[in-house]
Ligand binder design. Structure first.
Ligand code: SAM
Length: 229
């Protein structure tokens, strides 16, 4: 089975994997990402870690079907327990999970990250929580991307060892994303404004505190959107 047609989201994630990196893909349910990277000639081997038995088995099957069992080690493991120092992992990918869960996975074994050069993270939500964790644990965000696929927006962040301080707005909107103001970024936050304005219209006039909190949220987003104009 060829995996060349992986999702636009995963292709974007794959684009941040350096040539010949030694990667661990955490939560690699079908092992699509490592299979794709090997098919592309970007890497020669990888570890695919998966904590749930069913997805682990489908990763094993896909890797075998692609005759890559000698190149991709599929491991049934919780988070960073999937690798040891001898694996010499220098890039960790964690994609397709909540930002809180990604932060927990990193936090549970943070000592192991000392030898890792790059984290490629694609949270499905709570991006601010993940950025906060990274900056509080000696990582700096070096690049960001945002893609839209099937009506959903996905942010991708690249983090490397280093020091960075982000303010609350940068944590929420992404320091690079809010500066670049790409069409996808503007679309994501305009949709959020539309959603919040609909919600505001439903809050009774007498609920002043609730209305004010909602208006404040809308104002913050609009400020970021207008900053690029
Ligand atoms: N990474 C793939 C992607 O982006 O398409 C799969 C995303 S899938 C929604 C999330 C996968 O992560 C699930 O298969 C889940 O079992 C796995 N997972 C969740 N927590 C995990 C953990 N602590 N360690 C390893 N895998 C985990």
């Amino acid at each position: 089975m060829q995996v060349k047609n992986i999702s636009k989201r995963l292709r974007k994630v794959a684009g941040f994997v350096p040539q010949d990196a030694k990667i661990l893909d955490v939560g690699s349910d079908h092992a699509y990402l490592p299979i794709y990277l090997i098919q592309q000639g970007s890497i020669s081997s990888a570890i695919a870690g998966e904590v749930v038995e069913g997805p682990y088995q489908s990763a094993v099957t896909n890797v075998a079907d692609n005759q890559m069992s000698d190149k991709i080690s599929v491991r049934l493991a919780n988070g960073l327990a999937a690798f040891d120092a001898e694996d010499q992992i220098d890039v960790i990918v964690i994609a397709g999970m909540g930002g809180g869960l990604i932060a927990d996975i990193l936090d549970n074994d943070s000592a192991k990250l000392a030898s890792v050069k790059r984290l490629i993270l694609q949270p499905n939500n709570r991006e601010d929580e993940l950025r906060r964790w990274l900056c509080g644990h000696n990582f700096q965000i070096t690049e960001e991307a945002i893609v839209e696929e099937n009506g959903k927006f996905y942010e991708i962040m690249i983090a490397e060892q280093g020091h960075q301080v982000l303010n609350a707005k940068q944590e929420r909107f992404g320091p690079y994303l809010m500066r670049e103001q790409s069409a996808v970024f503007l679309d994501k936050w305009q949709r959020e404004v539309d959603k919040l304005e609909k919600a505001l219209a439903k809050i009774p006039e007498k609920n002043l505190t609730e209305r004010s909190a909602m208006s404040q949220k809308i104002k913050q987003i609009k400020e970021v959107l207008h900053a690029g104009k």
